[in-house]
Ligand binder design. Structure first.
Ligand code: ATP
Ligand code: MG
Length: 259
């Protein structure tokens, strides 16, 4: 084998194994409260990692750290190998990181297509007029591609069901996330059929080689979707398991500390 070929193979191996996101020694205190003691976690493109733990375990705090809402008290965040510190959530967004919350950050009075571009509206001409045509076409194509079933991209958000709204929120994350989507209990308020639809959308993000970190209280869901599971208990990182090599009993005892 030529030296160049060997180098190329070596390089692609390194690229495959290099994590998209590497968290190491993350600690977060709020005043005297330690929300996260010490957490280290790698996330690869096309991988779904579930973050589980009881109420107050520190899950949402971690999502907020990765999405630029909070700064860690200590520890480092590396994105594609580079140490990163996001000034705020919009800085994280410019790095291809999007978040979907349970209590969706959608504007209720606005249309689906305007929500898709909230704060990032497409404009045309020197007067920067809203380019509604382009936003509508773009949203229609995306919604069709992802099979999000809504009456129209001109529908107002408040007229949609919970599942349809969550579909719009995930479509928006898909539209903008080039690297990583963080989902904080995305199906907590949804029924069975709506949850199934949202899970399909999450798998379509994975198929697009996006890395996904999902918080869920449903272990059934965690076992349906994830490649790995990271367990937190009262701010402590208890362990990380490969989903295929674990089971619900093991994860429950890690979450509760009971055997
Ligand atoms: N902004 C804040 N100021 C002070 N304390 C906070 C803040 N945010 C979170 N905490 C505390 O940090 C701890 C972890 O909270 P966090 O919201 O991360 O938990 P969680 O795992 O997401 O829980 P849940 O499952 O209930 O959503 C809790 O004790 C919480 O009270
Ligand atoms: Mg939470």
């Amino acid at each position: 084998m030529s030296e160049i070929m060997e180098q190329t193979i070596e390089q692609s191996r390194a690229e495959r194994s290099a994590p998209l996101l590497a968290l190491s020694g993350i600690r977060k205190e709020f005043g005297g409260i330690v929300a996260i003691e010490q957490l280290s976690l790698d996330l690869h493109s096309g991988e779904i990692v579930a973050l589980v733990g009881d109420n107050g375990a520190g899950k949402s705090t971690l999502v907020k750290i990765v999405s630029g809402v909070h700064k860690p008290t200590s520890g480092t965040i590396r994105l594609e190998g580079r140490e990163t510190s996001f000034a705020d959530a919009s800085a994280a967004r410019t790095h291809g990181i999007e978040v979907v919350y349970q209590d969706l950050a959608l504007a209720d009075q606005q249309t689906v297509y305007m929500n898709m571009f909230l704060g990032r509206e497409l404009t045309r001409g020197p007067l920067k007029l809203l380019d509604r045509r382009r936003m509508i076409d773009d949203t229609e194509a995306l919604v069709k591609d992802l099979d999000v079933r809504i009456p129209s991209v001109r529908s107002t958000i408040r007229d949609l069901s919970g599942g349809q709204r969550q579909g719009v929120a995930i479509a928006r994350a898909t539209r903008w996330a080039s690297k990583l989507v963080l989902l904080d209990e995305p199906t907590a308020a949804l029924g069975v059929a709506e949850t199934a639809k949202v899970e399909e959308l999450i798998l379509s993000l994975k198929a697009r080689n996006i890395a996904i970190l999902i918080i869920s209280h449903s272990l059934d869901q965690v076992f349906r979707l994830s490649d790995r599971i990271c367990v937190l208990r009262r701010g402590q990182q208890i362990g990380i398991r490969e989903t295929a090599r674990s089971d619900k009993n093991e994860i429950v005892s890690m979450i509760t500390g009971l055997h």
